[in-house]
Design a protein around this ligand. Structure first.
Ligand code: SDX
Length: 443
């Protein structure tokens, strides 16, 4: 069953009549303005270079809409995150990860029959080709699991060649399901390999989150019972990280896809980008920072370092390119942290105590308040994941497992866009103008 993407709302671009006037050296250029269903209007500059022989300049694309999309919307000022219009706090409390995957992929919440079919399809694609185990065994035991995920996901193109043709809608659908279904197995096996334990195969009688916990923590020597509260917390963490507009890794996937690269290569590129500490690597970096702070009395020292322009240290888990209010995911994550630690009977761990006092101190500090730097999704996630038994090296792989559905949904949406062309940013060139080669004896 193949379902198309959601219907586009907002103005159809052809109907837009408003324009912006740009004057360059006395010459005026009218640029169309397009209005979204939510968020800022956009000025359409697609024809500007051809008409005015000028580029626009926006390093890091902080003011540039690279595409139109119907999947996710963020209001950074309000701290609002919508997936196909549904607020993330409602999805986190009322839905579950695979239902959110369906919503992101197909645009609407599923009926019971649609959800059963989707869950059946994902569940029956969780196994990896048996030969792929050799990829894991080729890595050093101390390899970072993100290095393994980048390599193994890219190698999927060699094993699932029957779902690499991006022009075939059925192959796109199969590749989407395979990536969502197999990512937990790849992440779990990367963890098992790092701790020298045997790989645990997926089980079809478990839910997505239960299956992942079972593949990570079960051992052949004894039965492993999944704790339902930990499974719920795991599912909620997956839901909170599922998609987030055109963030760095999603933009990487879109740019890779614009060249016609196969889906496995595109998602491997997204995983590589997510690894960075300014992006998905922040949850690992945040817990390591909390450990380095160690006790609340050292918080002022680290706040001073975070404010010192000569010190590269940044408060991990704080700030966001878009949110200039609380990251709504951080609020849900904070509630989960308390719930999981209560369940595990973990008294107020030093790291949680430092986190809560650091958050309070930063939110009372003019530097952070003036710059609208609030806790983001990564501030509390590491505390929960560590309490659940994951090493910090597994935090970003978990983010990659969850974000796979976002990358895949955005990848599918872009391939369905009739405007799709290969991405090719330009530049403001400040280098040498043309000059003749100088023989070495004359230099
Ligand atoms: C994710 O894009 C997404 O959607 C990403 C993500 C997703 O779901 O895909 O939400 C996931 O990546 C969350 C962010 C995780 N990263 C971190 O927690 C790392 C720490 N955060 C910073 O590196 C930073 O806040 C960024 C990278 C997240 C944002 O960087 P920006 O856009 O450069 O921040 P900004 O423009 O808002 O900064 C304004 C000022 C600057 O100082 P001034 O030049 O004005 O004096 O605030 C400073 C920044 O130097 N600043 C910080 C800070 N973040 C920004 N100062 C200290 N500590 C910080 N964390």
């Amino acid at each position: 069953m193949i379902l198309g993407g959601a219907s586009r709302k907002g103005t159809t671009m052809a109907d837009d009549k408003r324009t912006a006037t740009l004057t360059i050296d006395g010459q005026q250029y009218e640029l169309p303005i397009h209005s979204p269903t939510a968020g800022p209007d956009v000025i359409d500059i697609r024809g500007l270079y051809g008409r005015a022989d000028v580029f626009t300049y926006d390093p890091s694309y902080t003011s540039t809409a690279a595409c139109d999309s119907t999947i996710t919307f963020i209001d950074g000022d309000k701290g609002e995150l919508l997936h196909r219009g549904y607020p993330i706090d409602q999805l986190a409390s009322k839905s579950h990860y695979l239902e959110v995957c369906y919503l992101l992929l197909y645009g609407e919440l599923p009926t019971a029959a649609q959800l059963d079919d989707f869950e059946h399809r994902v569940t029956h694609h969780t196994m990896l080709h048996e030969q792929m185990q050799y990829f894991f065994r080729g890595f050093r035991r101390d390899a970072h699991p993100m290095a393994i995920m980048v390599g193994v996901v890219g190698a999927m193109a060699a094993f699932y060649h029957d779902s690499t043709d991006i022009h075939d809608s059925w192959q796109r659908e199969v590749a989407s399901i395979r990536l969502i279904a197999k990512m937990p197995t790849i992440a779990a096996w990367a963890y098992k390999y790092s701790v020298g334990q045997p790989f645990v195969y997926p089980r079809n009688d478990l839910t997505y989150a239960e299956n992942f916990l079972h593949m990570c923590f079960a051992v052949p020597a004894e039965e492993y019972k999944v704790n339902p509260i930990l499974a719920r917390a795991m599912d909620r963490i997956f839901t909170l990280h599922a998609d987030h507009e055109q963030n760095a890794s999603t933009s990487t996937v879109r740019l890779a896809s614009s060249s016609g690269a196969n889906p496995f290569a595109c998602i491997a590129a997204g995983i590589a980008c997510l690894w960075g500490p300014a992006h998905g690597g922040a949850n690992q970096a945040c817990l390591e920072m909390l450990r380095e702070i160690g006790t609340p009395d050292r918080i002022p020292e680290f706040l001073a370092r975070a404010k010192d322009k000569d010190d590269p240290f940044r408060l991990m888990g704080f700030g966001h390119r878009v949110y200039k209010n609380f990251d709504p995911r951080a609020k849900v994550m904070k509630e989960s942290a308390d719930e999981v630690l209560d369940l595990l009977g973990v008294e107020d761990k030093p790291v949680l105590k430092v986190a809560k006092e650091l958050e309070a101190a930063a939110l009372a500090d003019d530097y952070f308040v003036d710059r609208k730097l609030f806790p983001n999704v990564d501030f509390y996630s590491g505390i929960i994941l560590e309490a659940m038994g994951f090493p910090t090296s597994m935090f970003t792989p978990l983010f990659a497992v969850s974000r796979t559905v976002g990358w895949v949904s955005q990848w599918k949406e872009q391939l369905a866009d009739p405007q799709l062309r290969i991405g090719r940013p330009r530049q403001l060139y400040l280098g040498e103008t043309s000059r003749d080669y100088v023989d070495i004896e004359n230099r």
